[in-house]
Design a protein around this ligand. Structure first.
Ligand code: GCW
Length: 682
């Protein structure tokens, strides 16, 4: 098993398998995913000089299994139901490792965990943190049953959005100019990478379902089945975005009214067809009544009516519908200061809590707006305890530099996941959610993600979906060690690790500094969303404003005088956000319109904060470029990676300077306030 030539191996280079492949390995058990484990182990051993054995019978549980001869034993123990279908137990010490799992998926995740631990799995201290000697057992289970990536891939090349909507990594892995790709082997490699970071579900087409894509549900279902066949060996289930108007578009019915019996019968029949072709199909994804997509509002029905129809037809087959909460009015009037896009999902969905079928998963973007570099957590997530929720993150860097800028997103995501609506731990975003969904950043680019270092975002997404409490810096460290194993253990490697950490750990905060300030967001070029246009959306119907004038800036979202958004949060957040003196600096302009001279908790005025952070942000990007050009880095990461990253960093510097100059100039002209440090503002 190896990533096909011509593509960067990402976090599965052959060297990462050396610790496993150079040992005596025994796999016990049988089944499709066990076969994958066997093939992985056999490939690694053939390459690195170890020996691989396979005994198809299951093992007895406990130490007996470990004495069966092997430095690494991977054993299916069907009775170990406490591990679930994806969990595994890892026993190690004395140079030997035993992985036990109740099902094939658990064994596969256990194998990739051993790969992640590397040589340390066999030689390092046992991992219970107590320093105990001898053999120690750890148990690992994913926090969420579904850890999913949504691909915004079109089948036809869209005249404006291209092959992949908001894709920054070339074409689609699945689709090419209207057809299924003839060679799907990269999809198999992709599934392998996903299993190695913990992702187990993929939606294969854009949530904006156009005419051709709608047909994937019926007459082009064979294409979806072909993709599913590639994903399945790595435990990844296939999902499909469908059009709510499918009964009309594909079935010739006069309506898509969710309460119409003919519509319901049509969906039931279509869904039977899907499961006949793909027995382990995961379910549908639906973007309804959103940015022009059809939905139940056309029939005077609620989103519960719409979603429940699909939940009901999927449930008998074990599927779910991911119903997106991204519903807002994109025909707003900037003169109207009461309507607020930040309120929309809450106002549409919170009143429906408890009304959804059990096979409906409401998929909520992590913030109330749209994946800006800084937003508060969406109040919807805290308001629907009787609804299955999945939190949606944007791995593709639409608003965070489009994989031309180096922005490591895991620190933002873990902050979101750790946010607590109340004081108890179970009020955290991580605990309120039943699943995590990421919009994929992958395409047919040789580095998978355009910017090679953006691979770390995909990896971190999977790891946080497995364990939302994982420390982002540790996860980044894992990714560095796996991806660049050539230099492992040498002095140069420690240096590389430190260099990459220094470049990436705070890169999200750097990006925040040189773009839109203090949580207000946007200020991007309309349409493609790349680069600065401070007033680009200011008078548009999309509902994304900053309201800067000569006296001040920010959106008044208070209950007292604004749009009332602060009041959508439970206590104490409603009060925290409502009051100027308690609102956190980084969200100040999201919740308040303030004069330029307003003094932040940091002690700086708003205008001086804008000047200072924009200068600092550019300096930090310049330092990042210097770090990447240090001697030894190119050798440690490979010339191809080094060159591609350098090319992207150069563009990042150019773009960051453009952001700095435009934002500083804009606010200097508006406010007339000079920079306290006397720097020249263009
Ligand atoms: O961020 C916006 C994007 C759209 C996207 C939409 C969504 C797929 O600009 O391109 O459409 O969000 O999440 O549905």
């Amino acid at each position: 098993m190896a990533i096909a030539a011509g593509r960067h191996p990402a976090w599965l280079p052959q060297g990462a398998f050396r610790p496993v492949g150079s040992r005596r390995v025994l796999v016990r058990g049988s089944g499709p995913l066990v076969d994958t484990v066997v093939a992985e182990v056999a490939g690694a051993c053939a390459r690195h000089g170890g020996t691989a054995r396979h005994l198809p019978g299951p093992a007895a549980s406990g130490p007996a299994a470990s004495g069966e001869g092997g430095d690494l034993v991977l054993a299916l123990v069907p009775g170990a139901t406490e591990l679930g279908t994806e969990g595994f137990a890892l026993t190690r010490g004395d140079g030997r490792v035993l992985v036990e799992a109740a099902a094939g998926a658990g064994l596969l995740y256990g194998l990739f965990h051993v790969v992640r631990l590397g040589e340390g799995a066999f030689t390092g201290p046992a991992g219970d943190g107590t320093g105990a000697r001898g053999r120690v057992t750890e148990r690992h289970r994913p926090a969420y049953d579904r850890r999913m990536l949504d691909h915004w891939d079109n089948v036809d090349v869209h005249p404006v959005m291209g092959q992949v909507e908001r894709g920054y990594a070339g074409g689609s892995l699945f689709w090419q100019a209207g057809r299924l790709r003839p060679d799907l082997s990269p999809v198999r490699d992709y599934a392998r990478l996903l299993a190695a970071c913990g992702v187990n579900a993929v939606a294969v087409n854009n949530v904006n379902v156009h005419r051709t894509e709608a047909r994937l549900l019926t007459d082009r279902l064979a294409d979806v089945a072909a993709i599913a066949a590639q994903l399945r060996p790595y435990g990844v289930r296939t999902h499909l975005s469908v059009s709510f108007a499918a009964p009309m578009l594909l079935g010739g019915l006069p309506t898509a009214d969710p309460l119409d019996p003919a519509v319901r019968a049509w969906w039931a029949e279509a869904t039977r067809g899907v499961y006949a072709a793909i027995p382990d199909f995961g379910g549908y994804v639906v973007k309804a009544d959103s940015e022009g997509q059809p939905g139940p509002f056309a029939y005077g029905r609620t989103h519960a009516d719409g979603a429940n129809l699909l939940g009901e037809v999927l449930a008998p087959h074990g599927g779910v519908v991911h119903w997106r909460a991204f519903v807002y009015d994109h025909r707003q009037d900037w003169r109207d200061r009461r309507t607020d896009r930040a309120n929309a999902a809450y106002d549409h969905f919170a009143p429906l809590d408890g009304a959804f079928h059990e096979a409906v998963v409401l998929q909520v973007k992590h913030g109330p707006m749209d994946f800006q570099p800084r937003e508060p957590v969406s109040p919807v997530i805290g308001a629907m305890p009787r609804t299955r929720l999945a939190v949606e993150l944007q791995v593709t860097q639409e608003y965070t530099g489009q994989q031309r800028h180096l922005v490591h997103l895991a620190p933002m995501w873990s902050q979101v996941l750790a946010f607590r609506f109340g004081t108890a731990p179970d009020t955290s975003v991580a605990r309120s959610a039943g699943g995590l969904v990421g919009v994929s950043n992958v395409g047919d680019d040789p580095f998978w993600t355009g910017h090679p270092l953006a691979q770390a975002n995909l990896y971190a997404f999977g790891r946080l979906a497995w364990d939302p409490q994982a420390d982002p810096a540790t996860v980044l460290g894992e990714w560095i060690d796996l991806t660049f194993p050539g230099a492992a253990g040498t002095g140069a490697d420690a240096d590389l690790r430190a260099t990459v950490h220094a470049m990436m750990d705070r890169s999200w905060l750097t990006y925040e500094k040189y773009t839109a300030p203090l949580g207000v967001g946007w200020m991007v070029t309309p349409g493609d969303h790349y680069g600065p246009a401070v007033d680009g959306y200011e008078y548009s119907p999309w509902g994304t404003y900053h309201f800067a004038d000569r006296d001040g800036v920010g959106v008044d979202r208070t209950v007292a005088t604004g749009t009332g958004n602060a009041g959508r949060y439970p206590h104490p957040w409603s009060a925290t956000y409502e009051a100027l003196d308690t609102c956190p600096d980084e969200l100040l302009l999201f919740f308040h319109h303030v004069p330029y001279g307003h003094v932040l908790h940091s002690g700086r005025t708003v205008i001086q904060h804008i000047y200072d952070t924009h200068v600092e942000g550019v300096e930090e990007v310049e330092a990042t470029v210097r770090a990447w050009r240090r001697p030894g880095v190119a050798e440690a990461v490979g010339a191809d990676v080094h060159a591609r990253v350098l090319e992207r960093l150069r563009e990042q510097v150019r773009s960051a300077r453009e952001w700095r100059d435009q934002v500083m100039t804009y606010f200097f002209r508006k406010s007339g306030v000079p920079d306290a440090h006397g720097r020249a503002i263009p």
